[in-house]
Structure formats: structure tokens, C-alpha cells
Design a protein around this ligand. Structure first.
Ligand code: SF4
Length: 373
């Protein structure tokens, strides 16, 4: 796995002494550094691939909006699991062909790190601690990979202890890397789930540029499980390709021959979903991608997905295999409609709270009761 090396660093004036900036400067002593004004944007135009170029500049700035947001699955018409997201980083050093950030951050592509972590923790405490009767599931992997920059920024050392002290909140760190060294010495008290996107190795190699290989992800998962973390695995996006049954079958077999299901908090399935703008960007940035050649249709939320009967077949097949391999682990779908839930699982959750409870309750198993892998 390659560690991220930006080409230059920009720091908003006044943020030079923020702890995360100081940590990064110590770890990248040779790079050119420039102070910029609040709201800095790079000059537009002149670049063949502004999004790809943006990933090479690391910008430190304050976040002046709310950190805590509802996950976009809260879109009307989709079954929602009440997941919340916080973003300390915007954009990602890796470059998956299907990444929605290519479209979402097209006008603001610098790899941006927010310096006011203390304010994020204050905001989280205000929400979580005021509602001790409620269970929260909060992830950091919406606008970036949760761990890709951790060796440089060390955010996990601030987040994991915060969640370790709370009985009513679980942190999810979602990644496609093996950057887990910073987690191994922390005591998560079982309140952090480290999760990986799982794709058949042949698809990961072709479409998930710069990510850790499947074998490296599995190895990292075994390490964090041994350190007391619970695990999650997301088959999302599910890719339909000619050999998908063989590819996913092999992948699930390898996954559960390496990982004891008792360490797994949850498993999810989600179809590839692409906005029209993202499809156009993919064609331009990844002309050889195979992900635009399947049978895809435009859905009610405007996104293109695999034709419904075909994706229902994939969901049913994978959920059957996953339940056989890990019978007590909750399996849920991401960003799907109630009719699709009914076709796959026989029923849709009656409300988002029910689904959130189903996902969370078995995962609250005391990890100390589980043998090390
Ligand atoms: S790892 Fe995630 S955030 Fe990073 S490029 Fe891939 S899909 Fe996007």
C-alpha cells in the first residue's frame, strides 16, 4: 500500500499551530508550504484533470459549518438506517473510477483537512451526551476514506478514545487501505467498528486505483480484530460483470476463511449507483472502465443502477452466501427502496429506527468475549 505523499501543503492563515497541522508538518518536513487566505480556491482552468490534480495538494483549513450530518440515504423513497456522518477530510488520495466525489467535489477538489477537531468533538458530545437513551452510529467515511491519511494526521487517536467513553455511540471507520497502525495501541472498548469495502480482487485491481489489495485489507482486518475492534464489510458498490457469481463467491470464501464472523458487527450490500454527471466524468477520466457497460437504468432518485431484476438477483445471492458464512451478523442494504427490500429479504424494515436497532444490537456483543483470531 502506498502512503500518501502530497506535492505541496497550503495552510489557512491563523491555523499554522493547530495540532493536526504540526503533526503533518513534522511527518512531511521536505514539502513546500504556503499560507493562504480563508476560502482559498485554486485558479480554475488550464488543467486537463483538475480533480486528479486537486488530490496532490493538501489544504488545512477550519470548518465553519456543522460537522454532523445525516447520511444521504435519508433521501425520500429509500430505506434509511439512521446513519450519521462527520467529515474531517474532504477528498481522498486514492482514485476509484466510480467514486462519487469526482462529481460532488468537482468545483472544490483540493484534499482538504479541517483543523478544528476540538469543535467536532464538542458538537458530537452535545448531541450524543444529551440523548443517552438513543444509540448513534456515526461514520467518518463519507467525503473521504477514514484511514488513508491517518499515518499523517493521526485523527483516529482523537476519535477512538472519545467513542470509547460512550455507551450510546459507535464510530465506524470505513477504509480501502491497510493504514491501521495508529489504531493498534488504542483501547476502543469495542465502540469503534473498522470496516472495509470488499470487491472481487479483479475488480479492485482494475477500478480502485491506489487502494490496498484484497489480501492487504484482510490482513489489516485481522490485526485490528486482534486489537479489540469489531469489523464491518461493505459489498458496496456491487459490480455486475460477466463472472460476478464466481468472483463474489471466491471473495466471500476468502473473507470468512480469514475472519472469524464473531468479530463482525455488520455486513452491507449496495448496488453501483451513478449520477448522470458522474457517468460523464468516469467516461472522461477512466475511458477503460468496465463499469458503464452493464445493463443500467435511471432510478427515481436520478441515479443509474443495475436493472432491478438483475440487482435483486445479486442481492439475494450474496445475502444467502453471507448468512451462510456468518449467520448471526446483520446484513442490510444501502440506498435501496422498500420494494427491493421486500424482494430480497421478504420484508422492509417498518421504520428507520427498527433497521438501526437490528444493525446495532448484535454488534454490541462484548468483544472481550470473543477469542482472538
Ligand atoms: S477510497 Fe472511497 S473516497 Fe477514496 S477514491 Fe475510492 S471511493 Fe472515493
Amino acid at each position: 500500500m502506498h502512503r500518501y505523499q502530497p506535492q505541496n501543503i497550503l495552510i489557512e492563515r491563523g491555523e499554522e499551530n493547530a495540532p493536526v497541522v504540526q503533526r503533518a508538518l513534522q511527518r512531511l518536513p521536505q514539502l513546500p508550504v504556503r499560507l493562504v487566505d480563508r476560502g482559498f480556491r485554486p485558479p480554475a482552468g488550464g488543467l486537463a484533470d483538475p480533480f486528479g490534480a486537486g488530490k496532490k495538494t493538501l489544504l488545512f483549513t477550519r470548518n465553519r459549518s456543522r460537522f454532523l450530518e445525516h447520511c444521504p440515504a435519508g433521501t425520500p423513497g429509500l430505506v434509511c438506517c439512521n446513519y450519521l456522518v462527520v467529515s474531517l477530510i474532504s477528498n481522498c488520495p486514492m482514485d476509484c473510477s466510480y467514486c462519487f466525489l469526482q462529481d460532488y467535489l468537482a468545483n472544490n477538489p483540493l484534499l482538504t483537512v479541517y483543523t478544528n477537531v476540538d469543535e467536532l468533538l464538542g458538537e458530537l458530545a452535545a448531541v450524543v451526551d444529551r440523548q443517552p437513551w438513543k444509540q448513534f452510529r456515526i461514520g467518518t467515511g463519507e467525503l473521504s476514506d477514514s484511514l488513508a491519511l491517518d499515518p499523517l494526521l493521526g485523527f483516529s487517536a482523537e476519535l477512538v478514545p472519545f467513542f470509547a467513553q460512550r455507551d450510546n455511540a459507535v464510530l465506524e471507520l470505513k477504509t480501502k487501505t491497510d493504514c491501521v497502525e495508529g489504531l493498534l495501541e488504542l483501547d476502543s472498548q469495542g465502540r469503534t467498528v473498522v470496516s472495509w469495502t470488499i470487491t472481487p480482487a479483479e475488480i479492485a485491481e482494475a477500478e480502485e486505483h491506489g487502494t490496498a489489495s484484497f489480501a492487504e485489507r484482510l490482513d489489516a482486518a485481522r490485526h485490528v480484530a486482534r486489537a479489540g475492534y469489531r469489523l464491518g464489510f461493505h459489498f458496496d458498490p456491487l459490480i455486475e460483470y460477466p463472472d460476478w457469481q464466481a468472483g463474489y463467491g471466491r471473495t466471500i470464501e476468502r473473507l470468512f476463511s480469514a475472519i472469524d464472523p464473531r468479530h463482525v458487527a455488520w455486513l452491507s450490500l449496495g448496488s453501483l449507483r451513478l449520477t448522470p454527471a458522474l457517468r460523464a466524468t468516469m467516461r472522461r477520466r477512466f475511458p477503460h472502465t468496465r463499469l458503464l457497460s452493464g445493463e443500467q437504468v435511471r432510478c427515481a432518485d436520478g441515479k443509474w443502477r443495475t436493472f432491478q431484476p438483475r440487482r435483486v438477483k445479486m442481492y439475494r445471492t450474496l445475502s444467502r452466501w453471507l448468512r451462510r458464512a456468518a449467520p448471526s451478523v446483520p446484513v442490510y442494504m444501502c440506498m435501496e427502496t422498500a420494494p427491493v427490500w421486500e424482494k430480497v429479504f421478504g420484508q422492509a424494515p417498518s421504520c428507520d429506527k427498527d433497521l438501526a436497532r437490528t444493525i446495532l444490537s448484535p454488534s454490541l456483543t462484548d468483544p472481550a468475549a470473543i477469542d482472538a483470531p
